[in-house]
Design a protein around this ligand. Structure first.
Ligand SMILES: Cc1ncc(COP(=O)(O)O)c(C=O)c1O
Length: 360
């Protein structure tokens, strides 16, 4: 008998996007400055200066003591911003922790998870670790909500909205109908919702089975901090609290995430900059002959019409321009490109022009 449970032994594990600057740091080489990193949907702009001020003022006392297990200062600030109560909020060590908690709380071998595909590639990994069946319902080519999802009989249904990696958006009304039809929990993964025009917070008031995931990694430029949160009715939040680590978010993270969420003017300004570049990048990619779906996230999914996506990806990588390529059904002919600064996006577009001309 091996040391691991059988499902862990055979699991592949999640494959994160390449982090070039870390690879160089561990090899002791100086950090490359000419890298254009558009592969993991980070925000190209720094976090709020108010976050950096709080960081510089962290006290020894904050580090000596255990943190507030509930992160109540953040819960209050996030409740204010979202128009809910603090008992509707649970802090998490990144949105990914909430996903793990949800699988642990709702799924087992008799309680499947369901989600439309293609979507965030962590969901099947977590299903495997939890040893629960994953019912994958294919999206159509326009990424409309598949009707079959409602009848899948899952204990947990996940809809990523805006969806990754398509960037497409499903309306609140459609998700309300889905929540109404489901007997299990509907987790709406809103990791990218800061870049969309609306969100599903209002559903929490009407549905006790709606669980919303938010991330501080994208709109708030805090991917390195690892902070996210859940919004749901107090009953669901209380149940999820039983599953989380007692001190799942650290004292520094609570203080910094609170400062970030309170600085709404800075957040909104950054989001608008990313959205403006998203429009420009989409137009430029279309002009180069790519099929690009309208995106509501901080990335776009571009279908290569006149070249093989895997080869374009390799050629971009050789030029130190990192984007994401997924060798999965419906994605093999596409590249997922994070929206960067205007300068980064210009470098990407120039490189693509060169590469496409090589294909003739
Ligand atoms: C769809 C989706 N959900 C959730 C997350 C989790 O984000 P984080 O753990 O950084 O908050 C990500 C991260 O890339 C994501 O793409």
């Amino acid at each position: 008998m091996g040391y691991f449970r059988r499902n862990i032994e055979s699991a592949k594990g999640y494959e994160p996007g390449y982090q070039p600057s870390f690879a160089e740091a561990t090899e002791g080489r100086p950090r490359q400055t000419n890298v254009v990193k558009l592969n993991t949907n980070e925000n190209p702009y720094p976090p709020s200066p108010k976050v950096m001020k709080v960081l510089s003022e962290i006290s020894t006392e904050q580090l000596r003591r255990y943190p507030d297990p509930m992160g109540n200062t953040f819960r209050q600030a996030a409740a204010d911003v979202n128009g809910v109560e603090p008992n509707n909020i649970m802090c998490c060590n990144g949105g990914d922790e909430l996903l793990r908690i949800a699988f642990q709380a709702f799924c087992d071998k008799d309680r499947p998870v369901a989600y439309p595909v293609p979507t965030y590639s962590l969901y099947p990994v977590l299903a495997k670790l939890q040893n629960c069946k994953a019912i994958e319902v294919p999206f159509d080519n326009e990424f409309n909500l598949p009707a079959k999802l409602a009848n899948a009989g899952a204990a947990l249904t996940i809809v990523c909205n805006p969806n990754a990696p398509s960037g497409t958006f499903i309306s609140t009304e459609e998700l309300a109908s889905l929540a109404d039809e489901l007997s299990g929990v509907l987790l709406i993964d809103e990791a990218y919702v800061d870049f969309a025009e609306s969100n599903c917070t209002s559903l929490v008031k009407d549905f006790d089975n709606v669980l919303i995931l938010r991330s501080m990694s994208k709109g708030y430029s805090l991917a390195g901090l690892r902070f996210g949160y859940a919004i749901a009715q107090p009953g669901l939040i209380a149940g999820l609290m039983k599953v989380k680590d007692s001190y799942n978010v650290d004292a520094v993270a609570i203080a910094l995430a609170t400062a970030a969420v309170k600085d709404q003017p800075y957040f909104k300004e950054n989001v608008e900059k990313v959205k403006a570049e998203r429009t420009r990048m989409t137009e430029q990619l279309r002009n180069l002959g790519f099929d690009v779906l309208d995106s509501f996230a901080n990335f776009v999914l571009a279908k290569c019409k006149n070249a093989k996506a895997a080869e374009v990806y390799e050629k971009l990588t050789q030029r130190n321009i990192y984007v994401r390529y997924f060798n999965y059904p419906k994605l093999k002919d596409k590249l997922r490109i994070t929206v960067g600064t205007p300068e980064q996006n210009n470098k990407l577009i120039s490189a693509l022009k060169e590469i496409l001309s090589e294909f003739g």
